[in-house]
Design a protein around this ligand. Sequence first.
Ligand SMILES: *Cc1c(COP(=O)(O)O)cnc(C)c1O
Length: 366
Amino acid sequence: MTSYAQTVCPSAPQLADLVPYDPKYLPADAFLSANENPRDVDEELRRQIMRALREVDFNRYPDPLANNLRDMIAEANGVSRDQVLVGNGGDELLFDIALAWGGPGRKFLNMPPTFSVYENNAQLTNTEVVSVVRDENYDIDEEAVLARVAEGDIDYAIVTSPNNPTGRLADEQFILKLLESTNALVVVDEAYFEFSRKTIRPYLERFENLLILRTFSKAFSLAGVRVGYVLGAPSVIREFIKVRQPYSVDAVSQAIAQVIYENRAQFEPGISAIIAERSRVFDELRRIAKVVPYPSDANYILFSVPQAQRVWQALYDRGILIRDLSGARHLEDCLRVTIGTEEQNNAFLDALRVVLADLAREQLQN
Ligand SMILES: *Cc1c(COP(=O)(O)O)cnc(C)c1O
């Protein structure tokens, strides 16, 4: 043991019981745990990316606001540059939300079970979390949410649509009612909207309190590069620019994301294949005894199964890595599988059938 000449005083008190985000990456044959796109960027696009990277000035700071990429995203969404902000993954922008709309004495309305990052960000910024838990099908308790915001003290809310990890879209009429009934900032996290083909974007002009979050990490195969963006009112984007890290989106990521976004039509067949596989995997899961899959509008399926933790481990022992959520609040017995290629999905389904047959046999013997 080192004996320090000086020790350090304690860190900020809100860190005391904070659990760092852990994606639980492990080596595996089939990675079906992180909702990534199973198809990597293809060779021709890679060559285009390499050509773009040759032009990057590594010695210069990047454009802080990634204006070229920002203009492309603005044009594609029929909005102006000042309604778009690019971030270091959607995760950076989620943190910026807590910095700009949260803080001591302020309140965030959450609808768990949902993306755990929201609650961590609130805790980090000393923002109070008000939770309205979803119903037994993991649908939003709409009446309870509307009743709670009617009290008038919520500063921001996040509606994840489709919701991660449970999979379903939020109802558009509900989101509109929510936007009408509160002046809180309502963030609609559309990280998976390419797989649901539904967006709340047409209402941006009508509601100053609407902010839409999107990412390049899922549909566009770019989880390794870290690019996301928000669409919102210029007045809201201005506040985000005050709290963000000035150079959070590096020049390399900007260059790569521009090539990908210009060529985003090429990702369409892959997205369609994932949507078709989602429905096939759902039907197959429904046919397996004791497995209850939840309908999904995204690129993953949540399902419950008895002895979920053991099932997860047995799948992993067969080279299939999925996400174990059985230890999370409101998600007892739940596992989440990302939709992969047809071969990966079949490997997962075959392994799951074998694992459950083994467990059933073991129970008979006991
Ligand atoms: C993946 C994800 C994001 C953003 O991910 P980044 O890789 O940081 O862009 C945001 N929200 C949800 C619900 C997600 O699942």
